[in-house]
Design a binder for this molecule. Structure first.
Ligand SMILES: [Zn+2]
Length: 190
């Protein structure tokens, strides 16, 4: 084939290939975020719509949180001041039972209520009151080292059913990296 015909064809193919490659990279690494706002006192048992994704009730918001946790394929790194909610405790234990590597960092105030997870064999680190009077007040969870759940929410019945609370779930690489680094630092410390 004549070079003057071939060259533009090669250039066009390369251009399409590069454009597709850039688009695919952006698509695979696109930011995925979800926000959950729990509104004080109201709407715990009553669906506001039949669509769980749009429903403003607390049951649907709790289920969304559980849905994200159930998506874990390899690991759950949980750093929370309090975990006392039965449903979320069961979600964590179930993840451990299906082979997910679960690690939990807690404040000592909470250990009376997390014995079930300890009994199930889940790795746990506790910030002891005798070592510091500062509270381990974090609330974040890293899923598969790729997503982070963060915000004001402790996993307690009161937080889930009564309080005003906010939660952000994001796969933003920079945010996930920072929280993962902090988790490893705390895991060594406690
Ligand atoms: Zn609902």
């Amino acid at each position: 084939m004549d070079v003057s015909v071939l060259l533009p064809k090669i250039a066009l193919s390369l251009g399409i290939g590069i454009t597709f490659g850039v688009w695919l990279h952006k698509y695979l690494h696109r930011d995925q975020t979800e926000t959950l706002f729990f509104f004080g006192n109201t709407q715990y048992y009553h669906h506001t719509t039949n669509d769980q994704n749009d429903c403003d009730c607390r049951t649907c918001k709790s289920n969304t949180l559980i849905k994200w946790l159930n998506q874990a394929k390899h690991s759950l790194d949980i750093c929370l001041c309090f975990i006392t909610d039965e449903t979320l405790t069961t979600t964590i234990i179930d993840a451990h039972k299906r082979g997910i590597k679960v690690r939990i960092i807690l404040d000592e105030d909470c250990i009376r209520t997390t014995w079930k997870m300890g009994m199930a064999g889940i790795a746990k680190k506790v910030k002891k009151a005798k070592n510091s009077d500062s509270i381990m007040h974090h609330k974040f969870t890293i899923i598969d080292g790729k997503k982070v759940i963060l915000g004001s929410l402790n996993w307690t019945p009161k937080a889930l059913r009564k309080n005003w609370e906010n939660t952000l779930i994001t796969n933003n690489a920079e945010v996930v990296r920072a929280y993962s680094k902090e988790f490893e630092k705390l895991w060594k410390q406690f």
